[in-house]
Design a protein around this ligand. Structure first.
Ligand code: SAM
Length: 427
């Protein structure tokens, strides 16, 4: 089995939550707060509605590695909502109250986990929400319940089509591609945060069990028996399996945007992906921004700049058994991202000699860079200042832009060699 299972029994000892799982909760909490804030940024807005499905919700409470209490994903979601509500009022200086019309559906295949969660929620003051249905606990397997859950979320928000699915599976095979496809083909603004234990899967797969994995998940053809057979696998096998799996999961899900951050536990167990899938570039940008604001050391990305695969898809252990270098969201990463972007953006823009609108350029890069929209904009402005690229306005003439780019501004490559820029790129 891919990882240790948690057990909850009423009155029994709480399961232990590893540091790497606390990081996952912190990502979820911070993302949700930032995400709720972007949803209610208009001052005239007085409510917003969303359905959140916690598809593998667990029993609600743990002890962490320091012996302290740590809440599980349902309470992380509820607490993030409370925090966002307070921040909305203070950050935007709102006069008007705002109603968060959120339904939280918690699914778990384990009866005892749900009993425990109910107890925890009651004890923390959410009894009324359980009774009025704004929090619902559902026993069953996520994959079989998915069509009904998607139908309910859609019915609740037919116009906005907004729903969030938190899919924190134990390993890698409990969220079939069909469920992701149904989410992204049925709803207008769905988002998925999916845990995927990629290293465990690679360690587990063998030519004998490959077909069973494919049948269960719908992830077909990304890995061949020769890729995993000890006798025939080639150099770089682990990395190429990771990138093929990543490519297939994101493409098959039908999501338009994704961020492939991964968490690297300190003590063994291997990396796991924390995939964020969505249909809107803004949601992806909020997730990228969340990482830059709150995380380093534990959460990684494959490489700086615009193309993570060209810098190598990092895995915990490379083919020689050595941990590979990975990108961390720290000052060094910020500096190397800036250098990589300064070097790569002009080349990317030069690929479209007639020029490319700012928004289109950002959206086209979004899936393969850890940089946020604002980081890319700052680099673009620097390149404009260095006369590497030029900005064309609506009327076709070159614009002098210093502070902010507009979505419709067209970026065009200028064929000049800039000594100043080379100087800047020196570490
Ligand atoms: C990793 S734990 C979830 C932890 C929880 N999300 C949290 O952050 O506190 C996985 C949970 O999924 C449940 N589970 C396992 N297989 C499942 C399935 N096929 N469908 C729904 N729940 C499942 C387990 O009982 C367990 O509670």
């Amino acid at each position: 089995m891919a990882r240790k299972h948690y057990h909850w029994t009423l009155g029994g000892a709480l399961p232990k939550l590893g540091r790497h799982s606390e990081v996952k909760h912190a990502v979820l909490r911070n993302y949700l707060v930032d995400y709720f804030l972007t949803l209610v940024a208009r001052p005239e807005q007085d409510q917003f509605r969303i359905t959140i499905v916690d598809g593998f919700c667990g029993g609600g409470l743990y002890v962490n590695e320091d012996g302290g209490e740590a809440v599980g994903s349902p309470l992380v979601i509820l607490e993030a909502m409370k925090e966002a509500k307070v921040k909305v009022m203070t950050t935007f200086n709102r006069q008007k109250d705002i109603h968060f019309d959120v339904q939280l559906i918690c699914v778990d295949a384990n009866k005892s986990a749900l009993l425990h969660l109910r107890h925890v929620l009651e004890a923390r003051g959410y009894g009324d929400n359980l009774r009025n249905g704004s929090i619902e606990l559902v026993e069953g397997e996520f994959a079989s319940l998915a069509p009904a859950l998607i139908g309910r979320a859609k019915k609740r928000s037919p116009k906005s089509g907004r729903a969030l699915f938190v899919l924190d599976q134990y390993g890698y095979d409990q969220v079939p591609m069909a469920a992701l496809q149904a989410i992204f083909s049925t709803m207008k603004r769905p988002e998925v945060i999916l845990t995927f234990y990629v290293d465990s899967l690679i360690n587990y797969l063998s030519p004998e069990n490959l077909k069973a994995f494919e049948r269960k998940t719908g992830v077909t053809g990304a890995v061949t028996a020769a890729d995993i057979d000890k006798a025939t696998r080639g150099p770089g096998w682990r990395r190429s399996i990771q990138s093929a799996l990543y490519e297939q999961i994101t493409r098959k899900s039908g999501a338009s945007f994704f961020t492939p951050f991964f968490v690297r536990p300190q003590k063994g167990h291997g990396d796991y992906w924390l995939l964020h899938l969505s249909h809107h570039w803004k949601a992806r940008d909020v997730m990228a921004q969340t990482h830059w604001t709150h995380f380093n050391h534990f959460v990684h990305y494959a490489g700086p700049g615009l193309d993570m695969f060209s810098t190598g898809y990092a895995t915990r252990i490379d083919d020689d058994g050595q941990p590979q270098a990975a990108f961390e969201f720290d000052d060094l990463a910020s500096q190397s991202s800036r250098i990589a972007l300064l070097e790569q953006i002009p080349r990317r823009i030069a690929e479209t000699p007639e020029g490319i609108p700012v928004r289109k350029f950002f959206v086209e890069q979004a899936n393969t860079t850890p940089a946020t929209e604002s980081m890319i904009e700052q680099t673009l402005l620097e390149l404009v200042h260095d006369q590497q690229i030029e900005v064309i306005g609506d009327n076709g003439s070159v614009r002098r832009v210093r502070k902010a780019l507009k979505d419709g501004h067209v970026l065009r490559y200028r064929r000049q060699f800039s000594l100043r820029l080379l100087d800047k790129m020196k570490p």
